[in-house]
Ligand binder design. Sequence first.
Ligand code: PLP
Length: 428
Amino acid sequence: PQPNRWASSSKSKDDSEVGHCTRVQRNVNMEGLRTGYLFPEIFKRESEHMQKKAHARLIRLGIGDTTLPIPDIITSAMAEHAYALSTIQGYKGYGAEQGNMDLRKAIAEKFYKDMGVEGHEIFVSDGAQSDISRLQMLLGSNVTVAIQDPSFPGYTDSSVIVGQAGKLEEESGKYGNIVYMNCGSENGFFPDLSTTPRTDIIFFCSPNNPTGNAASRQQLQQLVDFARINGSIIVYDSAYAAFISDESPRSIFEIPGAKEVAIEISSFSKFAGFTGVRLGWTVVPEELLYSNRFPVIKDYNRIVCTCFNGASNIAQAGGLACLSEDGYKAVTNVVNYYKENAKILVEAFASLGLKVYGGKNAPYIWVHFPGLSSWDVFNEILEKTDVVTVPGRGFGPGGEGYIRVSAFGHRENILEASMRLKKLFFLA
Ligand code: PLP
């Protein structure tokens, strides 16, 4: 604490001339953030493009937001819950911080059957993004972390914010204290674990955003063995599990031995169009222990009770409806629609002789333009076809030379974008 200046104060000259500022220093970790500029930069380029070509019909296949309506069976359940809040009998205030036990049990039954995961190990949340931050708060600034490169920016950014990342090396675009696990076409989008240094935490996302690749059972077994041997914890993000079309595991807990070394975060966002409704969950198994044998689940419970007061009860009613027999069928139909979109986009790029990845187990298509700058490819596509994509470089240094294309669109837009792209590359 410092002495206060109240008693001796008169309005300072500076205040009136340049506006007031506090004496509080900016958190140095916040100053270290860089990667958050991706989507604002895309939006800026999109706006500039529209100023030049005011009549262009822009098709946005950039940001991975869902576009189709939520099936009525689910919104009806939410509406019913909301109306009941206006009645004496139906009113509910705070619920359990960890979520409604019926929903926790339903998640365990639907997604973790025969994997030994129980309702009390599932913490319902307002989405995977917030859970990543809550996990970072749980882990603190002293842990070492490994992150897939390229990857969803949430892991790196939250790591910078809590102070794990170290300094950004401008030339490489990498933070000094993060281990970057390269996942490119040359290694089948799975890191070479024989050369990966040991870290306390391994963030691993499968099916992956942005590459669209789902790790195989054998690869995930390797990852679990790697974590067991090194005494590490895997934070596994399965937000896109619903899009898996082949035999790839939908959860890390399908792998024997994972319960002692992994936490799983997941979400209703892409599975049920809940990006705006906000609902997700995190599984922290009872068996997961710190080096002093203290159960991680107890600390996570404390974080959830202190930093979160439970997900909206309306959203949870929607979540339960998604897991009913008819609700599940209805959301699966929507997922299948996006999967069909992905197929159309994959075929469009492949027909041009380009190397195309993803799309089969994820709503993202990852297109390779070897030797080219991903921002240049992004610009060229935007200028010539009015289609917005995402430059791979925005997901980390390992994304250079790629663009990500999202399949979360209406069919007519996907078909139109495919046609325009085919023309562009045909002429080029
Ligand atoms: N994890 C991954 C891999 C994502 O791509 C996203 C969103 O795009 C999230 C988590 C965030 O999901 P939520 O909407 O549940 O916060």
